[in-house]
Design a protein around this ligand. Structure first.
Ligand code: DNO
Length: 344
C-alpha cells in the first residue's frame, strides 16, 4: 500500500516542500487544473506536474480527477468527442507513469456539504452536511458556495444544464456510464492504467439529480458493466459511510481486486442523513478505520491510499478539507494502522 497526499498544483498553499516532510507519504495525487472539463490536457502541463513531484522526491502515479464532461453523463451526441479526449488523456498520463485515475460520474455537482466551517467540540472546524438544510437550497437561486462545485457555470448555463438532466433518470445514467466505460476501459488496459470511480458524496440523489454509485448493490452492478480489472473503484469511507445502510467491510469484499484507490476519512453521523467530518482515528467518528484497513489487507489490497479531508486546526486557513495539519496527522495514523496490520 502506498500512502499519497492530494496536491492542488502550484497555487496550493500546501506545497510539495511541506508534503515531502510528512514522513509516510510516498507520492502525490494531483491533476491539471488549467483546462475546462472535457479538454485534452497539454503534455507540457502533465510533464510539469510529474517533474515538480520528482524534484521533491515524490511519485506521481495517481490522478484525481480527470473530470467527465457533462455531455458524456447526459449521453448527448457530442459525448463522442469528449470520450475521445478522455482516452487521449489516459494515454498522455500513462506516459509519465500514472497508474491510477480517479473520476466520478455525479451529474453537475461533485461533493456537497451544507456547512464549510462547522465547529467541532474541540474548537476545530470541519465540513458538515445537514439534509434539511440541503433540501432548502436551490442551486438556481441561492448563492451556493460548495467545496466541490465548478464555479465556472453562469446561472443561465446551470439552468440549461439542469434542464437537460430532466431527461436523465437513473437508468439512463447507468446506460451512459456503461457506454463511457465500454469505450475507455480498453484504452486504460492498453496503457496499464487502473480507472477508479469515486462514489457519490453524499450517496443519495440531490436537487432531483440521479446518483448511482451509492451502495454495495450498485457497486456490484458497476463492476459488471465492464468486468475487467481496470474498471475499479475508489473506496471513499466518508462518502459511502454517510449512509447508515452501507457496510464498508462488505463493500471491500464485493470489490475485492477492483479497489485501486482508497480515500480514508471519518465522519460522525447524527440524524438519518446528517453528518460532520471528524479527525481520522476510529475513536473520533463512526467509521471503524481499523476494520476497513484490515478488510483491505485481507483482500490483498496493494494500491494507493490517501488521507481524505482534514479539519482546520491550529489556526490554519485554506482550501476547505485540504489543509496540511489534520491531513498529515491522518496520514501518520493510517501508516500506524497499516504497520500494525501488515507487520509479519
Ligand atoms: C473531494 C473529493 C472529490 C473527488 C471527485 C473524484 O474531496 O473526494 O472531489 O476528487 O469526486 O472525481
Amino acid at each position: 500500500m502506498k500512502i499519497t497526499f492530494r496536491w492542488y498544483g502550484q497555487g496550493d498553499p500546501v506545497t510539495l516542500q511541506k508534503i515531502r516532510q510528512i514522513p509516510v507519504v510516498s507520492g502525490v495525487v494531483s491533476a491539471v487544473y488549467d483546462v475546462p472539463a472535457g479538454a485534452v490536457w497539454s503534455e507540457k502541463s502533465i510533464e510539469r506536474l510529474s517533474r515538480d513531484c520528482a524534484e521533491n522526491g515524490l511519485e506521481f502515479e495517481v490522478v484525481e480527477s480527470v473530470p467527465v464532461h457533462e455531455d458524456i453523463k447526459l449521453g448527448l451526441p457530442s459525448a463522442k468527442l469528449y470520450i475521445d479526449n478522455y482516452k487521449e488523456n489516459i494515454r498522455r498520463l500513462s506516459r509519465v507513469g500514472v497508474k491510477c485515475i480517479c473520476y466520478n460520474f455525479m451529474p453537475v455537482f461533485d461533493w456537497l456539504r451544507s456547512e464549510l466551517r462547522a465547529e467541532l467540540n474541540d474548537g476545530s472546524n470541519a465540513l458538515a452536511y445537514r439534509h434539511a438544510d440541503v433540501l432548502k437550497m436551490n442551486p438556481l437561486t441561492s448563492e451556493l458556495s460548495l467545496p466541490g462545485w465548478d464555479a465556472s457555470y453562469s446561472k443561465e448555463g446551470l439552468r440549461e444544464l439542469l434542464q437537460k438532466y430532466e431527461a436523465v433518470d437513473e437508468d439512463r445514467l447507468w446506460q451512459n456510464l456503461e457506454n463511457f466505460l465500454t469505450e475507455i476501459i480498453p484504452v486504460a488496459k492498453e496503457c496499464g492504467v487502473n480507472m477508479a470511480i469515486h462514489p457519490d458524496d453524499p450517496p443519495w440523489g440531490i436537487f432531483g439529480l440521479p446518483r448511482i454509485i451509492t451502495d454495495n448493490a450498485n457497486i456490484k452492478r458497476f463492476l459488471k458493466l465492464v468486468d475487467s480489472p481496470e474498471n475499479g473503484i475508489t473506496l471513499c469511507t466518508g462518502s459511502l459511510g454517510a449512509s447508515r445502510q452501507n457496510n464498508l467491510t462488505e463493500i471491500v469484499k464485493t470489490a475485492k481486486g477492483r479497489i485501486h484507490f482508497v480515500h480514508l476519512r471519518n465522519i460522525r453521523l447524527s440524524g438519518e442523513r446528517d453528518f460532520a467530518e471528524t479527525a481520522h482515528p476510529s475513536a473520533c467518528g463512526d467509521i471503524d478505520m481499523y476494520a476497513v484497513l484490515k478488510a483491505l489487507s485481507d483482500g490483498g489490497f496493494d494500491g494507493y491510499i490517501r488521507p481524505d479531508h482534514g479539519r482546520m486546526i491550529w489556526g490554519e486557513t485554506g482550501r476547505f478539507g485540504y489543509g496540511l495539519y489534520d491531513r498529515a496527522l491522518g496520514a501518520c495514523y493510517i501508516a500506524g494502522l497499516i504497520e500494525a496490520i501488515t507487520k509479519k
